[in-house]
Design a protein around this ligand. Structure first.
Ligand SMILES: Nc1nc2c(ncn2[C@@H]2O[C@H](COP(=O)(O)OP(=O)(O)OP(=O)(O)O)[C@@H](O)[C@H]2O)c(=O)[nH]1
Ligand SMILES: [Mg+2]
Length: 239
C-alpha cells in the first residue's frame, strides 16, 4: 500500500543532524504505517546537516521508495518544513518530528479531518489531557511563547509548534501567504490559518522524546524573540 502517484498521507519531517535516530525512527514509522493500511509518502526535509543524515536518508529511500529526502543549504527548520509541505502530494499532510513519529496523532487527526470537523488539527503539548515529559524548562518555554502569541497577535490556541495535520488542498493558500522561516514559520502557519477563517482544532498529545533537542533551548531564545516581534509586525500590518 505504500507507493502511489497521489498517496493518502504525506508525512513531512524536518531533519537536521539526525544520524543517531534517523534510520531506526523511519524504519519503525514505515512498519507502523504499513499496519495502518494507508498509502503514504514520507518526506524528510533536510538542510545543513554536517553528519551522515543525508546518506542515511538516501539509503532509506533505496530500501523504501516511499521515503524521500531533499536538502536545502543552511539549517532552517521552518524553511525545510515549508519546502516539505510544498513537495507533498498526499490528500492529507502530517507534519511530524523525527524524535516523535506519532502515528497515534495521525489516526486521531484523520478522524477529525475525514469527518470534516476541522481544516487543520494541531497537537497540543500543553492543553488539558496532554502529557509532556520534556524537561520543565521546555514545557515552560512552550507556555511562554504561546502566551506571547495570544497577547501579541490574538492567537486563540495553546500550541503552534510540532505535530500538525491538514487536508492539503485546504491550507495551500495559507502556506503561500506565510513569510517567516525558522522556528516561527510553524506559528505563523497556524495563526494565519486561524485568521483566514480555517477551522483549527487542537487535540492533546503525549510527548516523549527519544533524545534531547539538537539545538539548546537558550541558544534559540534570541532568534525566537526576534521572530515573534516580526510575526507581530507582519500579522498586524495593514494589507
Ligand atoms: N531541516 C531541519 N530540521 C531541523 C532543524 N532543526 C531541527 N530540525 C528537526 O526538527 C525536529 C524537531 O527538532 P528538535 O531538535 O527535536 O527540537 P524540539 O525542541 O523538540 O522542537 P520543538 O520543541 O517542537 O520546537 C527534528 O526532526 C529535527 O531534526 C533545522 O535547522 N533544519
Ligand atoms: Mg524534539
Amino acid at each position: 500500500m505504500a507507493q502511489s502517484s497521489s498517496p493518502k498521507l504525506s508525512i513531512v519531517i524536518p531533519v537536521y543532524n539526525e544520524e543517531g535516530i534517523l534510520k531506526d525512527s523511519v524504519t519503525d514509522l514505515v512498519a507502523r504505517l504499513s499496519e495502518m493500511k494507508v498509502s503514504y509518502e514520507i518526506l524528510l526535509a533536510e538542510n545543513g546537516s554536517k553528519d551522515g543524515t543525508v546518506a542515511i536518508g538516501e539509503e532509506l529511500h533505496q530500501k523504501h521508495p516511499e521515503v524521500s529526502i531533499h536538502s536545502l543549504g543552511q539549517p532552517d527548520y521552518g524553511l525545510a518544513l515549508r519546502e516539505g509541505i510544498k513537495r507533498a502530494r498526499g490528500e492529507f499532510v502530517m507534519c511530524d518530528e523525527i524524535d516523535l513519529c506519532d502515528t497515534d496523532f495521525y489516526k486521531r487527526a484523520l478522524e477529525h479531518l475525514e469527518a470534516d470537523h476541522a481544516d487543520l488539527v494541531v497537537g497540543s503539548k500543553v492543553m488539558e489531557g496532554a502529557q509532556d515529559t520534556r524537561p520543565m524548562m521546555r514545557h515552560a518555554a512552550t507556555l511562554v511563547i504561546n502566551g506571547m502569541l495570544r497577547v501579541l497577535v490574538g492567537f486563540h490556541g495553546t500550541d503552534t509548534h510540532g505535530l500538525k495535520a491538514f487536508r492539503r488542498s485546504r491550507l495551500l493558500d495559507t502556506l503561500e501567504h506565510c513569510q517567516l522561516t525558522r522556528d516561527l514559520f510553524a506559528s505563523e502557519f497556524v495563526i494565519r490559518a486561524e485568521r483566514e477563517g480555517k477551522r483549527v482544532q487542537e487535540i492533546p498529545i503525549c510527548i516523549a522524546e527519544k533524545r534531547p533537542p539538537s539545538v539548546n533551548l537558550f541558544k534559540r531564545v534570541p532568534k525566537v524573540l526576534r521572530d515573534i516581534a516580526q510575526l507581530t509586525y507582519i500579522i498586524r500590518a495593514p494589507k
